[in-house]
Design a protein around this ligand. Structure first.
Ligand SMILES: O=P(O)(O)O[C@@H]1[C@@H](OP(=O)(O)O)[C@H](OP(=O)(O)O)[C@H](O)[C@H](OP(=O)(O)O)[C@H]1OP(=O)(O)O
Length: 320
């Protein structure tokens, strides 16, 4: 019964079933493992029981494994899985900024180069999205995969039975940013002045929609600061609505770095997306349909579109 529940919870992810082990765990390469969180108590009944994870790692990789915990929402006593655990806390369903992708790669590389028997074990909660973003970065960092498309496809096939590994569009976008970073080095840090958001969707004619913009202020903790809600005063925000289109106009709103846009109705979150201002080319950032949005709600139709228009860009820290 427990085995059935665990299988159900791990959905399409590939499990390892051998020598009495049955875990939500996949070898992406011989030396890189992705798995679901080692869980305790009640959660251990439907996820990977922490004692079983420890037994597996000891059995196959004793003294040669390092675990990286990517969950900000869960933690456990590292001693319960052998002690060699590092944590890079990331929020569920969100992106890891480039600096943390690089940190992950450096930790992984240092560990794996110490001994040819060493393996790296990565997990978030499900061991799919956040783990995938980081592992794809490492596959490119080591030139195991030449480009984002290959890395994402390779990871998807190794981790899941349906080939869908990293599915959140913003996480995939950041895998692309990391490739650019590896090829061309860091980009100049720029601030963008956001003038307008145009949102076209079936939901606009039915509900009031609000937008909350936030950006990461401390990449180590992924701490976010709320920039503005279109419903709040303090900054001049104009709204207009015509049929299926809503337009928000902003005055003097500068955004910088890793920025999240979250669209809400009064009762529910509709979807969100992330980008980094240094990677915006030109004056527009557009997402052309529902498939390009992160975690869109069910009521949104496929032809939903969002466009952001920027009127100015300046190097970070330039005088206003
Ligand atoms: O893709 P889905 O819909 O299975 O979503 C996963 C979640 O399943 P849910 O839809 O909440 O049942 C899943 O949650 P559960 O394991 O189902 O509690 C995780 O949040 C997973 O993210 P990550 O791999 O831990 O970074 C989520 O993966 P991402 O959507 O973040 O890739």
């Amino acid at each position: 019964m427990t085995s059935f529940v665990r299988q159900f919870v791990s959905k399409k992810k590939r499990r390892i079933r051998e020598n009495g082990f049955d875990l939500d765990l996949s070898y992406i390469t011989d030396r890189i493992i992705a798995m679901g969180i080692p869980a305790e108590g009640r959660e251990g009944l439907f996820r990977n029981p922490i004692a079983e994870v420890a037994r597996f790692l000891k059995h196959y990789h004793e003294n040669h494994f390092k675990v990286i915990n990517l969950c900000s929402e869960r933690d456990y006593d590292p001693a319960k899985v052998g002690g060699n655990v590092e944590r890079i806390p990331l929020e569920d369903h969100q992106i890891a900024p480039l600096s943390l992708m690089l940190k992950f790669c450096q930790i992984a590389d240092e560990w794996l180069s110490q001994n040819e028997n060493n393996v790296l074990v990565t997990h978030c909660k499900a061991g799919k999205g956040r783990s995938g973003q980081m592992i794809c970065a490492y596959l490119m960092y080591t030139s195991y995969c030449p480009c984002p498309q290959t890395a994402l496809q390779f990871y998807g096939e190794k981790r899941t039975k349906n080939g869908k590994g990293v599915t959140i569009p913003s996480q995939r976008r950041y895998v692309g940013y990391f490739h650019d970073f590896l090829e061309k080095g860091p980009r100049e840090e720029v601030e963008l002045q956001l003038a307008q958001i145009s949102f076209t969707s079936n939901i606009v004619s039915a509900k009031d929609v609000n937008v909350v913009i936030s950006s990461i202020i401390d990449t180590d903790s992924c701490k976010r600061t709320r920039v503005i809600s279109a419903d709040e005063s303090g900054m001049k925000v104009t709204r207009s609505k015509s049929g299926r289109t809503m337009v928000l106009g902003f005055s003097h709103l500068w955004i910088f770095g890793d920025v999240k846009f979250e669209f809400h109705t009064p009762k529910a979150r509709l979807f969100f997306f992330w980008f980094n201002t240094s990677y915006i080319q030109g004056t527009e950032f557009s997402l052309w349909n529902k498939r390009e949005l992160d975690k869109p709600s069910k009521g949104i139709e496929l032809d939903t579109q969002v466009s952001l228009f920027f009127v100015e860009r300046r190097p970070r820290g330039a005088k206003q």
